[in-house]
Design a protein around this ligand. Structure first.
Ligand code: PMP
Length: 455
């Protein structure tokens, strides 16, 4: 046996404790310097953490966070099982960092068809851990200190902190509602950009614009004219477009989802972001992707390879099989990309009816599985809190989940701090839910209305 050359580490530590009066194991030795990096200042609060907890504690019906409560299609679940327990045990190991080869190949084929161009699976597609990580890669890869990034309000809330973490400055431009025609319900199409307002946000510091069509939370599907307006400004000012298209298949009433990358001059400056979570109703799988020119994607590679490296192989393999099926059924009635929006349109219409019947005026979404409703008529139910900093819709949504058991998300959560009180009498519902869930929501709303009207 080897003799130790000196005292053991334990002995050394005990010695130090007795001579200096503190132990290295003690929790008393505190750091006096600031622990968190400056880039985290002001972005520590997160709406989802708070509202998910409230929904878990109080809700009987949860129409808050955006995920389906129905299962993904059988063909996808079966593909996962095959990948998990099939003969190819290498599916349990690392795969290619920028995307499992079968998945990038089929995505290149699928999006190549949609965009009408040849895509190289190795350079024009990168797989990410959900669309979230795709967004993170974009901001980290493109945004420098001092760069400005234009964000259209209301927006999926993580854009703002992600721009700030990269050292950039978010510049907001609002969609403005115009009153609908007499007697008609408002549509998400009634929320529009003011062309002059938008143009005024572009300058030499502008690095990128984030486009989200179909848009969460309104469900707005940007028209060709609106996309051309954005595209012209991007080309004129040499600006990139981060195009979050996670709800690309969820469009209703015969609307068309137009990919901004297909417009003149846009392919070279656009990164398309997609999500298997939204596409196949499997948000927990966290498989996302980016599609774009190599001149942009090569920089996403750098962020990706130095952060998460790659996404779970089995899940990627199953998504590849799902896309293979969808490519074969493209445009046919059995395609999931045809069936899902058909089913969701019906669910949207049920929720519209429920809300309209009780006077919570819905804004009819053209896409996504979200619906925003006006709560003005219910104001008298929620106790006023004078001088509260918290937007009214946020207090309303909290009161509603605690007192009625119905969870929704305040629209102010989708606005920047400076603008969160501009449209603070709306809440967002998710209607990607089982029929029974929507019926239970309807029951709550009806009962609530009766209580309001009974003397
Ligand atoms: N973009 C938008 C507009 C979203 O609504 C979401 C999810 N709610 C994401 C990105 C993130 O998608 P994933 O779950 O694939 O990370």
């Amino acid at each position: 046996m080897l003799r130790r050359a000196g005292p053991s580490l334990r002995h050394f530590l005990l010695e130090r404790k007795s001579s200096s009066g503190y132990s290295l194991y003690s929790s008393e030795a505190k750091m006096s310097r600031q622990v968190q990096a400056r880039r985290l200042e002001g972005i520590d609060k997160n709406i989802w953490v708070e509202f998910v907890k409230l929904a878990a504690t109080y809700s009987t019906v949860n129409l808050g966070q955006g995920f389906p409560d129905f299962p993904p299609p059988d063909f996808l679940k079966e593909a996962f099982v095959r990948a998990l327990s099939g003969k190819n045990h290498m599916l349990h190991q690392y795969t290619r960092a920028f995307g499992h080869p079968p998945l990038v190949k089929i995505l290149a084929q699928f999006f190549g068809k949609l965009l009408g161009r040849d895509l190289d699976p190795m350079t024009n597609v990168m797989v990410t851990v959900g669309a979230y990580q795709a967004l993170f890669c974009c901001f980290q890869a493109f945004v420098d200190e001092g760069d400005e990034v234009i964000i259209i309000e209301p927006f999926f809330d993580c854009y703002e902190p992600m721009v700030k973490m990269a050292g950039g400055t978010p510049v907001f431009v609002p969609l403005r509602p115009k009153a609908p025609k007499d007697g008609k319900l408002m549509s998400s199409a009634d929320w529009q950009l003011d062309p002059d307002d938008l143009a005024s946000k572009f300058n030499e510091r502008t690095k990128a614009i984030v486009l989200n069509s179909p848009n969460n939370p309104l469900g707005k599907v940007f028209s060709r004219g609106e996309l051309e307006l954005i595209a012209d400004l991007c080309v004129k000012h040499d600006v990139l477009c981060i195009s979050d298209e996670v709800y690309e298949w969820l469009v209703y009433d015969g609307k068309e989802h137009i990919r901004i990358a297909s417009l003149q001059g846009m392919w070279d400056r656009t990164v398309i972001i997609g999500s298997a979570g939204k596409t196949f109703s499997a948000t927990g799988w966290k498989v996302g992707w980016t599609v774009g020119p190599n001149r942009l994607l090569q920089h996403l590679h750098t962020v990706h390879q130095n952060s998460v490296y790659h996404c779970a192989t089995v899940a990627q393999d199953a998504v590849a099989q799902g896309f293979q099926r969808e490519l074969e059924l493209y445009g046919k009635p059995d395609s999931y990309f045809i069936q899902l929006p058909k089913e969701l349109q019906q669910k949207r219409d049920w929720l519209i009816q429920s809300l309209d019947a009780v006077g919570m005026k819905p804004i009819v979404p053209e896409g996504t599985y979200f619906l925003v409703a006006d709560i003005s008529k219910f104001k008298s139910d929620v106790p006023d809190v004078p001088d509260s900093d918290e937007p009214y819709d946020s207090r309303f949504a909290k009161w509603m989940v605690k007192n009625k058991g119905l969870a929704a998300i305040p629209l102010s959560a989708f606005y920047s701090e400076a603008h969160k009180n501009n449209y603070n009498h709306f809440i967002r519902f998710c209607f990607a839910k089982e029929e029974a869930t929507l019926k239970a929501a309807n029951d709550i709303l009806q009962k609530w209305k009766q209580e309001k009207t009974s003397p």
